[in-house]
Design a protein around this ligand. Sequence first.
Ligand code: HPA
Length: 267
Amino acid sequence: MFTETTQYLIKQGIVEPQIALILGSGLGELADEIENKIVIPYEDIPNFPVSTVAGHAGQLVYGELEGKKVIALQGRFHYYEGYDLQTVTYPVRVFKELGCKTVIVTNAAGGVNENFTPGDLMIITDQLNITGENPLIGANIDDHGPRFVDMSEAYSKRGQALLKEVAQEIGITLQEGVYTWFTGPTYETPAEIRYARTIGGDAVGMSTVPEVIVAKHCGLEVIGISCITNYAAGMQASLNHEEVMEYSQKAKPNFKKLLRGTIARLD
Ligand code: HPA
């Protein structure tokens, strides 16, 4: 499966990407800044799923950014769309097969931490998986990694330090915290948000955690950024996707600068 996908992509000219980018809701525009681009719609890629959410373009973009060879998912796959988690995380295994060393995951998230304001960017320092789901359940893919995966440093310390360095240099304030995965597609209830806060969550969202688990299985370095697009349920009157998109739009200029600065510093 992976081999067919990888060989197709190599044939299209996608060679030796160093850094993979998974761009979340409203954050896909960074891929437009990639130079000497090769753009491939998901439906053209053998064995690739197709994304269905508004705000997700559904294409793979390869090229150069800050002098680095990058490959970006402009639009990711979510569990709530009905894909199983092996499908949701399929692109991560393809990144590994193509030779990527680092994956930068991004998402829109609700702010659980009372110090967060919509529009903030948050360094993801760790994650909480309370869904009972795990993309590694099933036969282990021995060629990619071990049965039991160490999650002690899910988000690389080096990556977190780099993000802080870049933020300081470009003059933006970053939050940091723990990302909690709920499957969606419902937003959480106020009670669920109080629960997330009690167990140590700072942000909530419907993605990222499965991809990070598989990235760690594959031995990839992970760097994560959440764009806080709203106060989580119970902290404001009501929630909607339009607001999520509006605030991811607002955070976009800083988001792009932060990512570009970080990519420039990665080896
Ligand atoms: N909950 C879950 N996912 C989200 C949210 C939220 O409040 N905001 C953006 N994505």
